[in-house]
Design a protein around this ligand. Sequence first.
Ligand SMILES: Nc1nc2c(c(=O)[nH]1)N[C@H]1C(S)=C(S)[C@@H](COP(=O)(O)O)O[C@H]1N2
Ligand SMILES: [Mo]
Length: 415
Amino acid sequence: MSDDLTDEATYERVRLRQWLQLSPLTRRRLLGASAGAGLAMAALPALPARAEGPIVKPLPPELFIDHGTNAEMRWEAMRGQGHLTPADRFFVRNHTATPRIDPRTWRLKVWGSGLRGRPTLENAVEFSYADLKAMPSKTVTAVIECTGNGRSLFTTQQGQPVSGTPWKLGAAGAARWRGVPLAEVLRRAGITPHAVDVMPRGLDADYIDKGENKGRVRRPLPVAKALKDVLLAYEMNGRPLPPDHGFPVRVVVPSWVGIASIKWVGDIEVSDQPLFSPWNTVYYRLFGDSYPPEGSAPLTRLSLKSVFELPWDGQVPVRDAKVLHGRSWSGNGRIRKVEVSVDGGATWHKAQLHGPHAPESWVQWRYQWRNPRPGSYELLARATDETGATQPAVTPHNTLGYLFDAVARHPVTLV
Ligand SMILES: Nc1nc2c(c(=O)[nH]1)N[C@H]1C(S)=C(S)[C@@H](COP(=O)(O)O)O[C@H]1N2
Ligand SMILES: [Mo]
C-alpha cells in the first residue's frame, strides 16, 4: 500500500479507515461484545495507543529487523519496488530517540566565527520552516547509508570482532530529497571567505556512551562540501519528512557516510577554525592494526556495496530465483559494472543494469540464472564504479566495523 504511515496524521487516518472497513461483526468482536453493541458502534473506539519507543513509525517484522533504537530494512522488502525506498521501509538509525518537533516554533540557528557579526548561538541568524520553504528549492535522489552497514559481515564472513549495531546489509536507502541548498542559507547568513568548517547539530537528546555524555549529535563538514551539494531537506519522496527521518528539516550530504546527514537540525556552527566533535574524532574514523593510533582521517565518502533483493539466509522458491534482482552503489559516483556469481565465486557473469542512475544513488540490476536447482547457495555480486574501484574479497579490519565493502556472500536456500 502506498499510504505513508510514517506521517502521523496519515497514520491515524489510514488506521481509522482500516478500522471502518472491518465488518461490524469483526469490529464488535475486537471491541469485546460489550453491552449495547449498537451504542458502542455509534462512538468510535479510541485508536490503539502506540507504545512510546525510540522510533515512531510502525516496524512490521516483514519489513524490518529491530535493533532497539535502530531498525534495519529487510532487502526482500525492496523486491518489486522502483528506484526509491518508500518511507515505510527506510532504515532508521537513532543515537537516542526520535524527537517530536513543532514546525511552528522550530528555528534553524546559524552562527559562528565564520559568519559576519554572529559569533555566538545567542545572536544567530534564524530561519523558520516557512522561511526555508519560501526559498528556491533543489531536489536530489541520494542514498543515505549508515557507515556501519554490513558490520556483522566482518564477523560472519571474516571472523573478526567489531563493536556496534550488528547490521546486515539493510542500513541503506535511496530517496528523493527536496530542500534548500545549504550554500544558499550560508550565503544569506553571511558566510565569510575565512570559514573552514560547518557543524550541523541535531535537536535529539544528548548521546550517552558508556556513561559519558557526548552531547547532541553533531559532526563538522568542510566548507567546500557544504557549499557544493548539501541540502537542508524538508521533503522525502514528495512528502514532508517523516518524524524518524528528521522532521522538520534534516541535512542531506550526498555520497557521504550517513552520520553527516544530521536529522532534526537545530543549529549550524560556521567556523573560521577547524571544528571537532566525538563524531569526527572517536567515532567515524577507522581504528585497528592497519591504522594509526588516532585512527584514519575522518570518514567522508561511502564505499561500494552490492545487495540481492532476497531474504538473508532464507528460503526462496526456485521459480523466484530465475531472475536475481539487486542494487549496487558507490560513494565515488556511478556504477559501471556489476558481476554475479552463483557458484561461490568460481565464475562471474555480467548483470544487466536498468533504471535511473544518478551518481549519488544506487543502480538496479538483474541477472538471469539459467537453471537454478533446489539447494543451498552463497550468491555473490561485485560492483565496479566509474573510478575503476571494485569490491574486494576482504575488507581490512577496523574495530568499529565501518565501510564494509567486500563482496557479500549471501546465503540462500532454493526450495
Ligand atoms: N540528529 C541526529 N542525526 C542523525 C543521527 C542521529 O542519531 N541524530 N544518526 C545519523 C546516522 S549514524 C545515520 S546512518 C543517519 C540515518 O538516517 P535515517 O535514520 O533517516 O535512515 O542519520 C544520521 N543523522
Ligand atoms: Mo550511521
